[in-house]
Design a binder for this molecule. Structure first.
Ligand SMILES: [Mg+2]
Length: 279
């Protein structure tokens, strides 16, 4: 029996080796999975050790900045605080994105996201729990501000996730859910009235300041240049190549529809800088 199976394997291998190269390429191009917009970004998110390391790096920088603030004798006297975004900052949803690719979706899918939030359990990002524990040990309060919107149940769903994961300060005083607006500044300013906010964590520039909320690619780059000294200090930015306002700058909306026209726009964005060979 084993010998027969071995011959079948050898025969299949020989036959596949005889398929003309051009025919193989055509087969690849015809498979929608292999032309999915998300593939490179998501393969990186799912497998790259560098991606995980960037989270450790971010939390290490946040911890360092907090330690400097704790040692600062000239502090305002107000208690210290951290303000953090949730998705792609403290929480990961890589299985949601994996599901999109598996089901041949190449753009964010709002209906599936809502189902994922309801059914699935987010996991903590690498180093998140350790950093939050460091905050607790040093009496630094953490405030969570998110733009999630799954209707009236959103707040309870988010709170349940935070409590299940063992996040500290998972209560109504420390969680703000902004369903109606992406503008986090009013909520952040309220926190600043009572606390000295030393560190802000996010994967989207809008998590730090509304001044970054621009729909023009060049304008966003220019504002970042102007604020460059704040990154790695009070602004700790985590990587997110699959979603965020960088897409809004390309498409004019954060969740573009999966249309042929939008795929062309994505292609054009990928050629934002393009080498023109002289020969
Ligand atoms: Mg986020």
């Amino acid at each position: 029996m084993r010998t027969r199976q071995l011959w079948v394997v050898v025969l299949c291998g020989w036959l596949s080796a005889c398929v003309p190269v051009q025919e193989s390429r055509n087969a690849l191009n015809a498979d929608p999975d292999l032309s999915n917009n998300l593939l490179y970004a998501l393969a990186w998110k799912q497998t790259a050790a560098e991606y995980e390391a960037l989270y450790y790096q971010g939390f290490n920088m946040a911890r360092l900045h907090l330690m400097q603030a704790l040692d600062d004798a000239d502090r305002t006297g107000r208690p210290l605080a951290v303000i953090s975004d949730l998705d792609d900052t403290l929480l990961m949803a890589r299985d949601y994105w994996g599901h999109l690719v598996e089901t041949d979706h190449d753009f964010f899918d709002d209906a599936r996201w809502d189902r994922w939030v309801t059914e699935a359990q987010a996991i903590a990002s690498p180093g998140a729990l350790e950093f939050l524990e460091f905050c607790v040990e040093n009496g630094v309060e953490v405030f969570y501000v998110t733009n999630r919107d799954q209707g009236d149940k959103t707040f309870d769903l988010v709170l349940n996730s935070l409590q299940t994961l063992g996040f500290p300060y998972a209560d109504a005083d420390h969680l703000t859910v902004l369903r109606e607006s992406s503008n986090k500044e009013p909520a952040q300013n309220l926190i600043r009235e009572k606390y000295e906010v030393v560190v802000m964590l996010g994967d989207n520039l809008n998590d730090f300041s509304r001044q970054f909320y621009l729909t023009d690619v060049a304008a966003r780059l220019a504002v970042v240049e102007g604020e460059k000294n704040r990154f790695g200090a009070e602004f700790i930015l985590f990587p997110n190549p699959t979603d965020g306002h960088w897409l809004r700058a390309i498409f004019g909306e954060s969740e573009p529809a999966p249309t042929a026209a939008n795929r062309q726009i994505m292609r054009k964005a990928a050629m934002h800088r393009t080498w023109q060979p002289e020969s």
